[in-house]
Design a protein around this ligand. Structure first.
Ligand SMILES: Cc1cc2nc3c(=O)[nH]c(=O)nc-3n(C[C@H](O)[C@H](O)[C@H](O)COP(=O)(O)OP(=O)(O)OC[C@H]3O[C@@H](n4cnc5c(N)ncnc54)[C@H](O)[C@@H]3O)c2cc1C
Length: 379
Protein backbone atom coordinates (compact mmCIF):
# COMPACT_ATOMS: atom_id res chain seq x y z
CA UNK A 1 0.00 0.00 0.00
CA UNK A 2 1.41 3.36 -1.05
CA UNK A 3 -0.05 6.73 -0.04
CA UNK A 4 2.57 9.07 -1.50
CA UNK A 5 2.74 10.62 -4.95
CA UNK A 6 5.47 9.91 -7.48
CA UNK A 7 7.38 12.88 -8.96
CA UNK A 8 5.28 12.59 -12.16
CA UNK A 9 2.03 12.62 -10.19
CA UNK A 10 3.13 15.68 -8.21
CA UNK A 11 4.04 17.44 -11.45
CA UNK A 12 0.78 16.66 -13.23
CA UNK A 13 -1.22 17.88 -10.22
CA UNK A 14 0.86 21.08 -9.95
CA UNK A 15 0.61 21.90 -13.67
CA UNK A 16 -3.18 21.43 -13.60
CA UNK A 17 -3.58 23.37 -10.35
CA UNK A 18 -1.58 26.35 -11.63
CA UNK A 19 -3.44 26.46 -14.94
CA UNK A 20 -6.80 26.06 -13.22
CA UNK A 21 -6.18 28.75 -10.61
CA UNK A 22 -4.29 31.25 -12.77
CA UNK A 23 -5.95 30.86 -16.19
CA UNK A 24 -9.41 29.30 -15.67
CA UNK A 25 -10.04 31.03 -12.30
CA UNK A 26 -10.24 34.57 -13.72
CA UNK A 27 -12.85 33.49 -16.33
CA UNK A 28 -14.76 30.92 -14.23
CA UNK A 29 -17.64 33.35 -13.58
CA UNK A 30 -17.73 34.28 -17.27
CA UNK A 31 -17.89 30.59 -18.27
CA UNK A 32 -20.79 30.11 -15.85
CA UNK A 33 -22.62 33.22 -17.06
CA UNK A 34 -22.12 32.66 -20.81
CA UNK A 35 -21.98 28.84 -20.81
CA UNK A 36 -19.09 28.92 -23.23
CA UNK A 37 -15.50 27.85 -22.66
CA UNK A 38 -13.14 30.43 -24.20
CA UNK A 39 -11.01 28.95 -26.99
CA UNK A 40 -7.75 29.96 -25.35
CA UNK A 41 -8.65 27.85 -22.29
CA UNK A 42 -9.01 24.70 -24.41
CA UNK A 43 -5.82 25.67 -26.27
CA UNK A 44 -3.95 26.24 -23.02
CA UNK A 45 -5.07 22.87 -21.64
CA UNK A 46 -3.86 21.16 -24.82
CA UNK A 47 -0.48 22.93 -24.70
CA UNK A 48 0.03 21.51 -21.21
CA UNK A 49 -0.95 18.00 -22.40
CA UNK A 50 -4.07 18.03 -20.22
CA UNK A 51 -6.53 16.92 -22.92
CA UNK A 52 -5.35 13.33 -23.25
CA UNK A 53 -3.64 12.54 -19.94
CA UNK A 54 -4.28 8.77 -19.71
CA UNK A 55 -3.58 7.97 -23.35
CA UNK A 56 -0.27 6.80 -24.85
CA UNK A 57 2.22 9.31 -26.25
CA UNK A 58 2.12 7.62 -29.65
CA UNK A 59 -1.45 8.95 -30.03
CA UNK A 60 -0.62 12.42 -28.72
CA UNK A 61 -1.52 11.62 -25.10
CA UNK A 62 0.51 12.42 -21.98
CA UNK A 63 0.84 8.78 -20.85
CA UNK A 64 0.01 10.00 -17.34
CA UNK A 65 -2.31 7.13 -16.42
CA UNK A 66 -5.82 7.44 -15.02
CA UNK A 67 -4.26 8.28 -11.66
CA UNK A 68 -2.64 11.34 -13.24
CA UNK A 69 -5.94 12.14 -14.94
CA UNK A 70 -7.75 12.13 -11.58
CA UNK A 71 -5.16 14.40 -9.96
CA UNK A 72 -5.39 16.94 -12.79
CA UNK A 73 -9.17 16.81 -13.26
CA UNK A 74 -9.79 17.40 -9.53
CA UNK A 75 -7.86 20.68 -9.73
CA UNK A 76 -9.63 21.80 -12.90
CA UNK A 77 -13.12 20.87 -11.63
CA UNK A 78 -12.38 22.66 -8.34
CA UNK A 79 -12.30 25.88 -10.36
CA UNK A 80 -14.81 25.09 -13.16
CA UNK A 81 -16.98 21.97 -13.35
CA UNK A 82 -17.94 23.00 -16.89
CA UNK A 83 -14.35 22.79 -18.14
CA UNK A 84 -13.91 19.54 -16.21
CA UNK A 85 -16.99 17.99 -17.83
CA UNK A 86 -15.83 18.93 -21.35
CA UNK A 87 -12.54 17.13 -20.69
CA UNK A 88 -14.20 14.14 -18.99
CA UNK A 89 -16.80 13.65 -21.76
CA UNK A 90 -14.06 13.75 -24.36
CA UNK A 91 -11.98 11.25 -22.36
CA UNK A 92 -15.04 8.98 -22.13
CA UNK A 93 -15.18 8.71 -25.94
CA UNK A 94 -11.42 8.25 -26.15
CA UNK A 95 -11.40 5.54 -23.47
CA UNK A 96 -13.68 3.36 -25.60
CA UNK A 97 -11.69 4.01 -28.79
CA UNK A 98 -8.41 3.34 -26.99
CA UNK A 99 -9.58 -0.05 -25.70
CA UNK A 100 -11.65 -1.34 -28.64
CA UNK A 101 -10.25 0.57 -31.64
CA UNK A 102 -7.96 -0.89 -34.28
CA UNK A 103 -4.50 0.63 -34.60
CA UNK A 104 -5.74 2.68 -37.56
CA UNK A 105 -8.79 3.95 -35.62
CA UNK A 106 -6.63 4.90 -32.64
CA UNK A 107 -4.18 6.85 -34.80
CA UNK A 108 -6.96 8.61 -36.66
CA UNK A 109 -9.33 9.45 -33.81
CA UNK A 110 -7.26 9.68 -30.61
CA UNK A 111 -4.45 11.86 -31.91
CA UNK A 112 -6.29 15.09 -32.86
CA UNK A 113 -8.31 14.97 -29.62
CA UNK A 114 -5.29 14.37 -27.37
CA UNK A 115 -3.57 17.26 -29.15
CA UNK A 116 -6.53 19.52 -28.37
CA UNK A 117 -7.62 20.09 -31.98
CA UNK A 118 -10.96 18.29 -31.41
CA UNK A 119 -13.25 17.06 -28.59
CA UNK A 120 -14.67 13.54 -28.57
CA UNK A 121 -18.22 12.45 -27.67
CA UNK A 122 -19.95 9.25 -26.60
CA UNK A 123 -23.62 8.83 -27.49
CA UNK A 124 -25.90 6.27 -25.90
CA UNK A 125 -28.81 8.24 -24.39
CA UNK A 126 -31.91 8.60 -26.58
CA UNK A 127 -35.24 10.36 -26.00
CA UNK A 128 -36.75 7.01 -25.01
CA UNK A 129 -33.95 5.66 -22.84
CA UNK A 130 -31.19 6.71 -20.44
CA UNK A 131 -30.60 4.18 -17.66
CA UNK A 132 -31.74 1.27 -19.81
CA UNK A 133 -29.73 1.34 -23.04
CA UNK A 134 -31.26 -2.02 -24.06
CA UNK A 135 -34.20 0.03 -25.33
CA UNK A 136 -32.18 2.00 -27.86
CA UNK A 137 -33.79 2.53 -31.25
CA UNK A 138 -31.01 3.99 -33.46
CA UNK A 139 -30.35 1.76 -36.45
CA UNK A 140 -27.40 0.76 -38.63
CA UNK A 141 -28.36 -0.62 -42.05
CA UNK A 142 -25.67 -2.43 -44.01
CA UNK A 143 -25.37 -1.16 -47.58
CA UNK A 144 -22.43 -2.86 -49.35
CA UNK A 145 -19.22 -1.53 -47.83
CA UNK A 146 -21.10 1.07 -45.79
CA UNK A 147 -23.42 1.37 -42.81
CA UNK A 148 -26.25 3.89 -42.93
CA UNK A 149 -26.97 5.22 -39.44
CA UNK A 150 -30.26 6.81 -38.37
CA UNK A 151 -31.48 7.92 -34.96
CA UNK A 152 -31.66 10.66 -32.34
CA UNK A 153 -29.25 10.84 -29.41
CA UNK A 154 -30.16 13.00 -26.42
CA UNK A 155 -28.04 15.13 -24.06
CA UNK A 156 -24.72 14.47 -25.81
CA UNK A 157 -21.75 16.32 -24.34
CA UNK A 158 -19.39 18.11 -26.75
CA UNK A 159 -21.73 17.25 -29.66
CA UNK A 160 -21.24 20.65 -31.35
CA UNK A 161 -17.43 20.41 -31.55
CA UNK A 162 -15.59 18.68 -34.40
CA UNK A 163 -14.15 15.27 -33.47
CA UNK A 164 -15.10 11.62 -33.22
CA UNK A 165 -18.34 10.40 -31.67
CA UNK A 166 -18.97 6.82 -30.55
CA UNK A 167 -22.57 5.99 -31.48
CA UNK A 168 -24.51 2.91 -30.36
CA UNK A 169 -27.04 1.52 -32.85
CA UNK A 170 -28.85 -1.72 -33.60
CA UNK A 171 -27.81 -3.48 -36.80
CA UNK A 172 -30.97 -4.26 -38.78
CA UNK A 173 -29.26 -7.23 -40.45
CA UNK A 174 -28.93 -9.24 -37.23
CA UNK A 175 -30.66 -7.21 -34.46
CA UNK A 176 -27.40 -6.80 -32.52
CA UNK A 177 -26.22 -3.57 -30.90
CA UNK A 178 -22.81 -2.43 -32.13
CA UNK A 179 -20.69 0.69 -31.66
CA UNK A 180 -19.77 2.93 -34.58
CA UNK A 181 -17.29 5.76 -35.09
CA UNK A 182 -18.58 8.87 -36.81
CA UNK A 183 -17.03 12.26 -37.48
CA UNK A 184 -19.24 14.88 -35.86
CA UNK A 185 -20.55 17.52 -38.27
CA UNK A 186 -20.36 15.06 -41.20
CA UNK A 187 -23.12 14.91 -43.83
CA UNK A 188 -26.39 13.83 -42.21
CA UNK A 189 -25.20 14.87 -38.71
CA UNK A 190 -26.97 17.82 -37.10
CA UNK A 191 -27.56 19.09 -33.56
CA UNK A 192 -30.14 20.95 -31.52
CA UNK A 193 -29.35 24.16 -29.68
CA UNK A 194 -27.57 23.43 -26.36
CA UNK A 195 -29.98 22.45 -23.56
CA UNK A 196 -30.22 25.13 -20.88
CA UNK A 197 -29.25 23.32 -17.71
CA UNK A 198 -28.95 24.38 -14.09
CA UNK A 199 -25.17 24.01 -13.87
CA UNK A 200 -22.01 22.61 -15.49
CA UNK A 201 -22.17 25.74 -17.64
CA UNK A 202 -19.59 25.73 -20.39
CA UNK A 203 -19.98 22.00 -20.90
CA UNK A 204 -22.69 21.90 -23.52
CA UNK A 205 -25.17 19.08 -24.07
CA UNK A 206 -27.08 18.87 -27.34
CA UNK A 207 -29.37 16.42 -29.07
CA UNK A 208 -27.81 14.78 -32.12
CA UNK A 209 -29.84 13.92 -35.21
CA UNK A 210 -28.39 11.25 -37.47
CA UNK A 211 -30.11 11.19 -40.85
CA UNK A 212 -28.77 8.63 -43.31
CA UNK A 213 -25.17 9.07 -42.11
CA UNK A 214 -23.00 6.82 -44.32
CA UNK A 215 -19.84 5.42 -42.82
CA UNK A 216 -17.47 2.76 -44.18
CA UNK A 217 -17.83 -0.68 -42.55
CA UNK A 218 -14.31 -0.18 -41.15
CA UNK A 219 -15.81 2.44 -38.81
CA UNK A 220 -17.42 -0.19 -36.65
CA UNK A 221 -15.79 -0.04 -33.21
CA UNK A 222 -15.11 -3.53 -31.90
CA UNK A 223 -17.06 -6.49 -33.22
CA UNK A 224 -20.66 -6.95 -34.32
CA UNK A 225 -22.86 -7.18 -31.21
CA UNK A 226 -20.12 -5.89 -28.88
CA UNK A 227 -22.01 -2.63 -28.34
CA UNK A 228 -23.20 -3.28 -24.77
CA UNK A 229 -19.77 -4.44 -23.65
CA UNK A 230 -18.20 -1.28 -25.10
CA UNK A 231 -20.95 0.84 -23.56
CA UNK A 232 -20.52 -0.65 -20.08
CA UNK A 233 -16.73 -0.50 -20.22
CA UNK A 234 -16.71 3.04 -21.60
CA UNK A 235 -19.16 4.29 -19.00
CA UNK A 236 -17.24 2.61 -16.19
CA UNK A 237 -14.15 4.55 -17.31
CA UNK A 238 -16.33 7.65 -17.71
CA UNK A 239 -17.31 7.43 -14.05
CA UNK A 240 -13.69 8.19 -13.12
CA UNK A 241 -14.39 11.58 -14.68
CA UNK A 242 -17.82 12.18 -13.11
CA UNK A 243 -16.59 11.04 -9.67
CA UNK A 244 -13.56 13.32 -9.90
CA UNK A 245 -15.61 16.32 -11.00
CA UNK A 246 -17.72 15.73 -7.88
CA UNK A 247 -14.49 15.51 -5.87
CA UNK A 248 -13.37 18.88 -7.27
CA UNK A 249 -16.75 20.30 -6.25
CA UNK A 250 -16.36 18.98 -2.69
CA UNK A 251 -12.88 20.52 -2.45
CA UNK A 252 -14.22 23.84 -3.72
CA UNK A 253 -17.11 23.70 -1.21
CA UNK A 254 -14.67 22.93 1.62
CA UNK A 255 -12.31 25.78 0.65
CA UNK A 256 -15.12 28.32 0.33
CA UNK A 257 -16.69 27.22 3.62
CA UNK A 258 -13.44 27.42 5.60
CA UNK A 259 -12.63 30.84 4.18
CA UNK A 260 -16.09 32.20 4.94
CA UNK A 261 -16.09 30.72 8.46
CA UNK A 262 -12.86 32.60 9.16
CA UNK A 263 -13.99 35.89 7.61
CA UNK A 264 -17.59 36.28 8.71
CA UNK A 265 -17.90 37.62 12.23
CA UNK A 266 -20.65 37.76 14.85
CA UNK A 267 -20.13 40.21 17.70
CA UNK A 268 -16.48 40.54 16.73
CA UNK A 269 -15.66 36.83 16.51
CA UNK A 270 -15.33 34.65 13.40
CA UNK A 271 -18.34 32.32 13.07
CA UNK A 272 -15.96 29.35 12.68
CA UNK A 273 -14.54 30.01 16.14
CA UNK A 274 -17.71 31.24 17.80
CA UNK A 275 -20.21 28.54 16.79
CA UNK A 276 -19.55 24.86 17.30
CA UNK A 277 -22.37 24.12 14.80
CA UNK A 278 -20.21 25.70 12.09
CA UNK A 279 -17.21 23.63 13.18
CA UNK A 280 -19.25 20.42 12.92
CA UNK A 281 -20.22 21.32 9.36
CA UNK A 282 -16.60 22.07 8.46
CA UNK A 283 -15.53 18.71 9.91
CA UNK A 284 -18.24 16.92 7.87
CA UNK A 285 -17.01 18.68 4.75
CA UNK A 286 -13.45 17.57 5.41
CA UNK A 287 -14.56 13.96 6.09
CA UNK A 288 -16.48 13.89 2.81
CA UNK A 289 -13.54 15.34 0.91
CA UNK A 290 -10.98 12.89 2.30
CA UNK A 291 -13.25 9.89 1.72
CA UNK A 292 -14.10 10.93 -1.84
CA UNK A 293 -10.43 11.62 -2.50
CA UNK A 294 -9.40 8.13 -1.46
CA UNK A 295 -12.13 6.57 -3.64
CA UNK A 296 -11.21 8.63 -6.71
CA UNK A 297 -7.46 8.19 -6.43
CA UNK A 298 -7.94 4.46 -5.90
CA UNK A 299 -10.28 4.24 -8.89
CA UNK A 300 -7.70 6.02 -11.05
CA UNK A 301 -5.02 3.52 -9.98
CA UNK A 302 -7.36 0.54 -10.59
CA UNK A 303 -8.18 1.86 -14.09
CA UNK A 304 -4.51 1.70 -15.11
CA UNK A 305 -4.65 -2.07 -15.00
CA UNK A 306 -8.19 -3.43 -15.28
CA UNK A 307 -8.17 -7.18 -14.78
CA UNK A 308 -11.88 -7.80 -14.32
CA UNK A 309 -14.09 -5.24 -16.16
CA UNK A 310 -17.23 -6.27 -14.24
CA UNK A 311 -15.51 -5.77 -10.89
CA UNK A 312 -14.07 -2.47 -12.12
CA UNK A 313 -17.56 -1.34 -13.15
CA UNK A 314 -18.77 -2.03 -9.59
CA UNK A 315 -15.84 -0.06 -8.12
CA UNK A 316 -16.60 2.82 -10.49
CA UNK A 317 -20.31 2.73 -9.56
CA UNK A 318 -19.43 2.78 -5.84
CA UNK A 319 -17.11 5.78 -6.26
CA UNK A 320 -19.65 7.63 -8.39
CA UNK A 321 -22.53 7.01 -5.96
CA UNK A 322 -20.49 8.24 -2.98
CA UNK A 323 -18.77 11.18 -4.66
CA UNK A 324 -21.88 12.36 -6.51
CA UNK A 325 -24.13 12.28 -3.45
CA UNK A 326 -21.40 13.74 -1.21
CA UNK A 327 -20.85 16.65 -3.59
CA UNK A 328 -24.53 17.60 -3.19
CA UNK A 329 -24.29 17.27 0.62
CA UNK A 330 -21.02 19.20 0.72
CA UNK A 331 -22.36 22.02 -1.43
CA UNK A 332 -25.43 22.22 0.79
CA UNK A 333 -23.27 22.43 3.93
CA UNK A 334 -21.17 25.18 2.36
CA UNK A 335 -24.31 27.10 1.38
CA UNK A 336 -25.62 26.76 4.95
CA UNK A 337 -22.39 28.15 6.38
CA UNK A 338 -22.80 31.19 4.11
CA UNK A 339 -26.41 31.82 5.19
CA UNK A 340 -28.25 34.01 2.66
CA UNK A 341 -24.96 34.90 0.97
CA UNK A 342 -24.78 31.27 -0.12
CA UNK A 343 -27.71 31.62 -2.49
CA UNK A 344 -26.69 34.76 -4.37
CA UNK A 345 -24.67 34.81 -7.57
CA UNK A 346 -21.80 36.86 -6.07
CA UNK A 347 -20.72 33.91 -3.95
CA UNK A 348 -19.07 30.86 -5.53
CA UNK A 349 -20.94 28.32 -3.36
CA UNK A 350 -24.14 29.10 -5.27
CA UNK A 351 -22.52 27.79 -8.48
CA UNK A 352 -20.94 24.85 -6.65
CA UNK A 353 -24.42 23.82 -5.48
CA UNK A 354 -25.97 24.15 -8.96
CA UNK A 355 -23.14 22.09 -10.45
CA UNK A 356 -23.24 19.41 -7.76
CA UNK A 357 -26.85 18.45 -8.28
CA UNK A 358 -26.21 17.48 -11.89
CA UNK A 359 -23.51 14.95 -11.03
CA UNK A 360 -25.93 12.48 -9.46
CA UNK A 361 -28.14 12.46 -12.57
CA UNK A 362 -25.65 11.64 -15.35
CA UNK A 363 -23.77 8.57 -16.52
CA UNK A 364 -26.22 6.52 -14.54
CA UNK A 365 -28.25 8.09 -11.73
CA UNK A 366 -27.16 7.41 -8.13
CA UNK A 367 -29.71 4.66 -7.49
CA UNK A 368 -28.59 2.79 -10.60
CA UNK A 369 -25.01 2.93 -9.22
CA UNK A 370 -26.31 1.31 -6.04
CA UNK A 371 -28.03 -1.39 -8.10
CA UNK A 372 -24.66 -2.14 -9.78
CA UNK A 373 -22.86 -2.27 -6.41
CA UNK A 374 -25.53 -4.52 -4.90
CA UNK A 375 -25.49 -6.93 -7.84
CA UNK A 376 -21.71 -7.30 -7.44
CA UNK A 377 -22.35 -8.37 -3.82
CA UNK A 378 -25.09 -10.85 -4.66
CA UNK A 379 -23.66 -12.71 -7.64
C1 LIG B 1 -24.90 17.37 -18.28
C2 LIG B 1 -25.25 16.08 -18.92
C3 LIG B 1 -24.36 15.45 -19.76
C4 LIG B 1 -24.70 14.25 -20.40
N1 LIG B 1 -23.82 13.70 -21.29
C5 LIG B 1 -24.17 12.58 -21.96
C6 LIG B 1 -23.32 12.05 -22.98
O1 LIG B 1 -22.24 12.61 -23.29
N2 LIG B 1 -23.71 10.91 -23.62
C7 LIG B 1 -24.89 10.29 -23.35
O2 LIG B 1 -25.18 9.28 -23.98
N3 LIG B 1 -25.74 10.77 -22.38
C8 LIG B 1 -25.39 11.90 -21.69
N4 LIG B 1 -26.26 12.42 -20.75
C9 LIG B 1 -27.50 11.71 -20.43
C10 LIG B 1 -27.46 11.01 -19.08
O3 LIG B 1 -26.34 10.17 -18.94
C11 LIG B 1 -28.76 10.22 -18.87
O4 LIG B 1 -29.81 11.16 -18.96
C12 LIG B 1 -28.74 9.50 -17.55
O5 LIG B 1 -28.04 8.29 -17.71
C13 LIG B 1 -30.08 9.24 -16.92
O6 LIG B 1 -31.00 8.75 -17.84
P1 LIG B 1 -32.54 9.31 -17.82
O7 LIG B 1 -32.43 10.78 -17.73
O8 LIG B 1 -33.22 8.75 -19.01
O9 LIG B 1 -33.14 8.77 -16.49
P2 LIG B 1 -34.07 7.49 -16.29
O10 LIG B 1 -33.34 6.27 -16.66
O11 LIG B 1 -35.40 7.72 -16.96
O12 LIG B 1 -34.30 7.52 -14.73
C14 LIG B 1 -35.40 8.20 -14.12
C15 LIG B 1 -35.56 7.71 -12.70
O13 LIG B 1 -35.80 6.31 -12.68
C16 LIG B 1 -34.88 5.66 -11.82
N5 LIG B 1 -34.42 4.38 -12.38
C17 LIG B 1 -34.18 4.09 -13.68
N6 LIG B 1 -33.76 2.81 -13.81
C18 LIG B 1 -33.72 2.29 -12.57
C19 LIG B 1 -33.37 1.01 -12.05
N7 LIG B 1 -33.00 0.01 -12.83
N8 LIG B 1 -33.41 0.83 -10.71
C20 LIG B 1 -33.79 1.85 -9.89
N9 LIG B 1 -34.17 3.06 -10.34
C21 LIG B 1 -34.12 3.29 -11.65
C22 LIG B 1 -33.68 6.61 -11.71
O14 LIG B 1 -33.03 6.45 -10.43
C23 LIG B 1 -34.32 7.98 -11.84
O15 LIG B 1 -34.71 8.39 -10.56
C24 LIG B 1 -25.96 13.64 -20.14
C25 LIG B 1 -26.86 14.28 -19.28
C26 LIG B 1 -26.54 15.50 -18.71
C27 LIG B 1 -27.55 16.20 -17.84
Amino acid sequence: MEFTFSKEQELIQKVAQEFAENSIGPVAKQIDAESQIPEDILKGLAELDLMGIPFPEQYGGANGGYDGYVLALEQIAKISSGVGVAIAASSLGLGAISKYGTEEQRQKYLTPVCKGQQLASFAFTEPGTGSDPGQLTSTAVRDGDFFVINGTKRFISNAGYPGPIVVFARETENGKVSAFLLEKLCEGYSCSEPWEKIGYHGAQVLDVYLKDVRIPVQNKLGNTGQGFEILLFGIALGKIGTSTIALGGILAALNEAVQYAKEKTHRGQAIGLKFQAIQLKLADLKIKYETARLLCYRLGCLANNIKDPVQFAAEAALAKAYCGDSAVDAARLAVDIHGSYGVVRDYTVERIYRDAIIGTEIEGVSDVQRVIVASSLLK
